[in-house]
Unconditional design. Structure first.
Length: 63
């Protein structure tokens, strides 16, 4: 094997291993099991909310 082939194989293997799996739909609950509870991630108390996408940042405060 040439060094180029070894390098190509190493890069290809790394890419394959680091590629996340495609998102799979959640399986339907089987009878007799409770349904999963949906939840939301809430910001920590005192956290500054992130700006909305496309929002213009406010001008800097005068010093």
């Amino acid at each position: 094997m040439t060094p180029a082939r070894i390098l190509f194989g190493a890069v290809a293997l790394t890419c394959i291993l680091h590629t996340p799996a495609l998102a799979q739909p959640a399986p339907a609950p089987t009878p007799g099991q409770p349904a999963p509870i949906p939840y939301t991630i809430e910001p920590a108390p005192g956290a500054v909310p992130p700006p909305a996408p496309g929002a213009v940042p406010p001008p800097p405060a005068p010093t």
